[in-house]
Ligand binder design. Structure first.
Ligand code: FA5
Length: 355
């Protein structure tokens, strides 16, 4: 059992700790250590009074009370001093009105979204209605209906990501991420009767290595026009007018034969490379943006294959039309002077804010 002298020592220690408590949290910790109901050091001494012989109770009780009162009043005093100090400190803090305000970050449209808007606006002015289609697509629409059967070598060019189908895997029900927007040619023709004029912007996926002009996830825009008197001249006219409206008159356009199983004849359109000015070389050697060719391939196109028309019950002797499919990022590169396609998707705000 503690003696009256022990109790005085205990109170001395408590008062010392109280006076050096730096803030209200530290003060509360001292209160708990000495006065908490459960296991405070002074509380324990109070509980001992009941166990003492009657003769010792008054003297010991008085010592406990004195210790307790000293600690309580020291706590109160220090608490008040700390609160007043905190108020005085907050009053003395002055606001520096000369500090510049924090910059408010107002976002702007991503260059890819901006380019899609521009594409659909220009083609919209030529009568092309903007529609969208599924990114997860059946084998049938991505390939079969476009004259690319399962063993056709053109499949290698459109290497896709396949998805396990819980309903089984019959050839034309296989599903995968679409490698181009051309499946929408079939979907639109299945639903509508000619005349048809649509533009389909959307995300595409290909299992291929990336470089300055290739990503495995990228955007395309598909154009489709079907009517009774449409020729290759209309296709060329639409694409040249599109290029002029997008870039002005300066950009060089190359239009040359190509091959796609779903168009006949087929062509490819390219624009002169803005990094090397079409020369294929820069002062560092071969131009990395166009791979040294001087041209940036922008789109594939052609007259819709009669086989594709028959598949959707259009009569090829009555209706013809053209289709084109181009890369949105390639146009965005040309429009913003971005030398590497990967800059669009790295999400470095310093770059995105600068274009
Ligand atoms: C096609 O995708 C055909 N569907 C285009 C087409 C549509 C032809 C309608 C005929 C009629 P190609 O694989 O060449 O074709 O791609 C077309 C354009 O998409 C390319 O010129 C390029 O601009 C863009 N592109 C293709 N692959 C990538 C890629 N990995 N990363 C970025 N852009 C790409």
């Amino acid at each position: 059992m503690a003696t009256a002298t022990d109790l005085k020592g205990l109170a001395d220690r408590a008062v010392k700790e109280i006076s050096s408590a730096a803030d209200e949290a530290a003060l509360e910790a001292v209160r708990v250590r000495y006065l908490s109901r459960k296991d405070g050091l002074i509380t324990a001494a109070t509980k001992e009074i009941a166990t003492l012989p009657a003769a010792e109770k008054p003297g010991y009780g008085k010592a406990v009370n004195e210790a307790k009162q000293r600690v309580e009043s020291a706590l109160e005093e220090r608490g008040r001093a700390l609160r007043e100090g905190a108020i005085a400190k907050s009053l003395s803090e002055t606001a520096d009105l000369t500090l510049p305000p924090r910059r408010v970050r107002v976002g702007h449209m991503h260059p890819i979204a901006r380019t899609i808007r521009e594409i659909t606006r220009i083609l919209g002015s030529m009568g092309f209605e903007s529609v969208e289609g599924p990114e997860v697509e059946y084998d049938y629409y991505s390939f079969e209906a476009l004259n690319i059967p399962r063993d056709h070598p053109a499949r290698d060019k459109f290497n896709s990501f396949w998805i396990a189908n819980p309903l089984g895997d019959p050839t034309d029900r296989r599903v995968g991420l679409r490698p181009h927007t051309s499946p929408m040619q079939i979907r639109v023709m299945e639903k509508r009767k000619p005349p048809v004029r649509v533009v389909v912007p959307g995300r595409c996926y290909r299992f291929e290595a990336t470089d300055a002009t290739h990503e495995s996830i990228f955007f395309q825009y598909e154009g489709l026009a079907i009517d009774e008197q449409i020729s290759m001249a209309d296709l060329k006219g639409v694409l040249y007018s599109f290029a002029r409206q997008l870039f002005g008159g300066e950009r060089k356009v190359r239009f040359r034969p190509d091959y796609f199983p779903f168009t006949e004849p087929s062509a490819e359109i390219a624009f002169d490379c803005f990094v090397c000015d079409g020369s294929g070389t820069t002062n560092k050697g071969r131009c990395a943006t166009c791979g040294g060719s001087g041209w940036i391939e922008a789109a594939g196109c052609g007259m819709v294959h009669p086989e594709a028309l028959r598949r959707v019950d259009y009569d090829p002797s009555k209706y013809q039309g053209f289709a084109f499919g181009g890369g949105v990022e390639r146009l965005a590169m040309l429009l913003t002077g971005t030398p590497d396609i990967r800059l669009f998707h790295e999400n470095d705000m310093r770059y995105l804010e600068s274009v």
